[in-house]
Structures are given as C-alpha cells and as structure tokens.
Ligand binder design. Structure first.
Ligand code: BG6
Ligand code: MG
Length: 234
C-alpha cells in the first residue's frame, strides 16, 4: 500500500538524515570540531559549523582548516580526523535510547504503520553504532551511511542509493534533513524535502519544521499537497 495525495505525488518512502534529525549528535560534532580548532589556535563558531553539517568527516576537516587559514599534509589531516572522531565518540558512546529526538520514534512508527519504506541517508560512518545505541535499527528498511557512499551531500548519491535499496522511484520519496547540503542533495535527487530547523538556512526545502514531533504521515501528506503545485520535482 502507498499513500497518495490528491495532486501528483504518491508517497512511498521517507529517507531520514541522522545527525540533527533523528538524534542531536549535530551538537556533539560541533563540540568535537571546536576542540580541534582550539588546539589549532582559532575560534570555531556555531555559524561556521553550519558549513560542516551533512558533510563527510574529511571534508569537514578541510572546511575547518580553510576557516582557520591552516594548510596541512594528508597524514596530519588523517590524524586530526581520527582525533576528532575519538572526541566525538566520547559523547556518542554514552547515548541512551531516550536521546532519540522528540517525535522521531513515533514518526518512524507512523511511517511503518502506513507501509512507507523507511531509509537512513547519512554521511556518518558512525550511523549504525548510533542507531544500535538508540535501539531503533529495526525501524529502518535500508541504511545508507558514510561507509556505503563516496560522494558527499549535496551530491544525491546517498538518497538515490536509498531509493534504489527500497525499490521506489526518487519522485515518490521525501527526505528529512537539517543541513543545507542535504536539502540540496534531495533536490538534486528529484525528491521532496522537509527541512528540520531554521527556515532561513533550509529555505529550499518544500517546507521547514522545528522537528519530527510536529508531524504525522497525515499532516506530511497534507503539507506536501499544499506545496506540490509550487515546488514539485519535474
Ligand atoms: C553527518 C554530519 O551526518 O555526518 C556531519 O552532519 C559529519 O557533521 C558527517 O561530519 C560524518 O560523520 P562521522 O560520524 O562519519 O564523522
Ligand atoms: Mg544532519
């Protein structure tokens, strides 16, 4: 069974980013990168951090170094990326199932009850560790993470791979993202998108909401219905 709205869109699957959508690990990434920047002798702000959201670990480091005006050889970069990951994992490994963001577990369950395919589309190589700690791995039909794809968002690879694994067409998918690069990836994949966070940053999404707690499959369909005349993929 699929869920059809009265305009053109037939919703068959939802693809979720992880960090900042399902769980607030975006905060832990920021704190770990800030510590690396401090060590390198410059200040790394929350505004700078927006540029790192949705971006792979090594690309994040390169952006961080550009912000600090620092150039390093590949070996030093690898070591710093490993150090950042160790700092990050110190926070992550303490996570408990109740750290799933408000409404996320309920929304995933609602998708399941409506027979929608559920995919994860994350740049993180720690995604399966996090899903296991949160005890929500079983809610996903396909898990596409930083170990499975090579091209970082805004490239659509992660979401197109997700649609393929779920056996649905891109135009029947909705992506949930907290990163500008992630919304751009969804658009490049010819998918609908829901921004989770600041409408100023995520303005290209079909609509923006502060979190999954504000949504049900029914309200999602209604909102997409309202938006589909304006922003529907070709
Ligand atoms: C994304 C985050 O989900 O994963 C980025 O938004 C992060 O900030 C990227 O850099 C890679 O994560 P990890 O866990 O592989 O370092
Ligand atoms: Mg994210």
């Amino acid at each position: 069974m699929t869920v059809e709205n009265t305009n053109s869109m037939m919703l068959k699957a939802c693809l979720f980013d992880l960090d900042g959508v399902i769980v607030d690990t975006a905060r832990y990434h920021f704190v770990a990168w800030r510590e690396i920047a401090e060590e390198l002798g410059f200040v790394f702000t929350e505004e700078d951090n927006e540029k790192l959201k949705g971006v792979s670990r090594i690309r994040s480091l390169e952006i961080l170094l550009e912000i600090g005006g620092i150039s390093l050889d590949d070996e030093s970069k690898t070591l710093l990326a490993q150090k950042k990951n160790s700092l990050y994992l110190q926070y992550v490994l303490k996570m408990r199932p109740d750290e799933v963001l408000p409404g996320a577990r309920e929304f995933l369950t609602d998708c399941r009850n409506n027979n929608l395919g559920i995919g994860l589309g994350s740049a993180s190589k720690n995604a399966t560790t996090i899903l296991n700690l949160l005890q929500i791995t079983h809610l996903f039909d396909a898990i596409i993470d930083g170990n499975k794809v090579t091209k970082a968002k805004p490239d659509p690879e992660v979401f197109l791979t997700g649609a393929r694994e779920l056996g649905v067409l891109p135009q029947n998918c909705v992506v949930f993202e907290d990163a500008k690069a992630g919304i751009e990836a969804a658009i490049a994949a010819n998918m609908f998108s829901v921004g989770i966070g600041d409408p100023v940053i995520l303005g290209k999404a079909n609509f923006v909401t502060s979190g999954l707690k504000n949504l049900s499959v029914k309200t999602l369909i209604a909102k997409l219905e309202r938006q589909s005349n304006r922003n529907a993929p070709a």
